[in-house]
Ligand binder design. Structure first.
Ligand SMILES: *[C@@H]1O[C@H](CO)[C@@H](O)[C@H](O)[C@H]1NC(C)=O
Ligand SMILES: *[C@@H]1O[C@H](CO)[C@@H](O)[C@H](O)[C@H]1NC(C)=O
Ligand SMILES: *[C@@H]1O[C@H](CO)[C@@H](O)[C@H](O)[C@H]1NC(C)=O
Length: 356
């Protein structure tokens, strides 16, 4: 029997194969070409021992409304670092953990920050561990998330016990995309006192779910409130449900506007659509209203008729009392949010059945 780590690596390799083939076959302008074969097997970016937190390749950058352009590097071994920073414990604190190949200066992180600062004052801490989750570092995949979560726990405790700018774990909202969602789930295993206030999982990948050890998965025991958005469920995303509230967007597996020429493009498009939905939810007036339904099948054929009071907002402004599985339909292009569906079930039937 395969261990989850092995499955993970096998799938990882399968995907690498597909992307290698693609970049050879399609003529993509060189600046757009994601990776050459040489890059894929270049392991110099993988992290080196000793594996101690904080690690030079595992950094925390603080952004506030007045320091939007340039993050401040936090040193969790020195209380003066937070004291001297623009961190304000009276403002909401968000910790954001990106997925494979992400980074603090790359798209989901930058767009998400912009959306929050449009709304108001926040302390946004981006966990930058880009080189830990680059594809060539396959041998690190088994332990890298665990190592990342240990370092994030150190950050949470740094805030928890800080002499001047204390913030309790319960007040912190953490947001994890893809493998980042699993990393946040693991923080619960290490945090000695208290519990994270909220974990938002943005399409957790199925890789880690294939193990049979629940302490490795993101689930509702990992924070006071766990909300999960599923967009690539079953393929790159995990099926769940796993949180207090699970949101399946457009059925949770295939996103409108995501029909591409190759299966790999389609899959990764479904998977990456989740961040724009979440980011739009931060400032959306219309809102992503989601309703409960007894099954995905009933939802797809338009049989669900939730009462108006049963709808909840998906995303940033979700009610922490939301429980169970919800379905939401979006537009294929921004603005994605369709507003309150109330009695208009016609819309929902249309998108679910015209998907390619
Ligand atoms: C591997 O990557 C490093 C930094 O990411 C770069 O400096 C080096 O030239 C690369 N090596 C090859 C063989 O591409
Ligand atoms: C920061 O201050 C707290 C409270 O005085 C202390 O317990 C902790 O060890 C200090 N942390 C560091 C990294 O010096
Ligand atoms: C599950 O994983 C945790 C943390 O990795 C480990 O401590 C525990 O022993 C594992 N349990 C089983 C049944 O393998």
């Amino acid at each position: 029997m395969l261990t989850s780590a092995k499955c993970f690596i096998l799938i990882g390799i399968a995907i690498l194969r597909v992307s290698v083939t693609e970049s050879q076959e399609n003529e993509i302008p060189s600046e757009k070409k994601a990776q050459s074969v040489r890059d894929l097997f270049n392991t110099t970016s993988c992290i080196q021992p000793p594996y101690r937190c904080p690690h030079p390749k595992m950094q925390f950058f603080l952004y506030t409304r007045t320091t939007q352009e340039k993050g401040e590097l936090l040193n969790t071994l020195d209380n003066r670092s937070l004291t001297a920073s623009n961190f304000n414990p009276l403002h909401p604190t968000k910790i954001v953990v990106h997925g494979f190949g992400g980074g603090r200066n790359l798209s989901p992180s930058t767009d998400m920050r912009k959306a929050y600062f449009t709304r108001g004052n926040y302390n946004i801490i981006i966990v930058d561990y880009g080189s830990l989750v680059k594809e060539p570092c396959l041998s690190q995949i088994e332990w890298a998330p665990r190592f990342a979560s240990l370092c994030i726990t150190q950050l949470v405790e740094y805030l928890q016990y800080h002499p001047k700018k204390q913030v309790q774990p319960e007040q912190i909202h953490t947001i994890g995309y893809s493998v980042g969602a699993h990393i946040l789930g693991l923080v619960a295993n290490y945090l000695k006192v208290g519990k994270l206030g909220r974990i938002t999982g943005l399409d957790p990948t199925i890789f880690f779910y294939m193990g049979n050890n629940r302490s490795r998965d993101l689930d509702h025991t990992d924070a006071l409130f766990v909300d999960i958005l599923h967009t690539g469920a079953g393929i790159l995303g995990q099926w769940g449900p796993n949180g207090h509230a699970d949101f399946y967007v457009n059925g949770g597996s295939s996103q409108p506007g995501c029909a591409h020429d190759t299966i790999f493009q389609t899959l990764s498009c479904d998977h990456t659509k989740v961040t724009p939905y979440f980011i739009e939810s931060i400032n959306s007036r219309a809102g992503f209203w989601a309703g409960p339904c007894s099954s995905l099948f009933s939802y797809l054929i338009g049989w669900c008729e939730p009462r108006d009071t049963e709808y909840v907002l998906m995303g940033e402004h979700v009610s922490h009392n939301a429980r169970g599985v919800y379905y939401v339909t979006t537009n294929a292009k921004p603005p994605y949010a369709r507003g309150f569906p109330g009695k208009s079930r016609r819309l929902r039937r249309q998108t679910s059945l015209t998907k390619s």
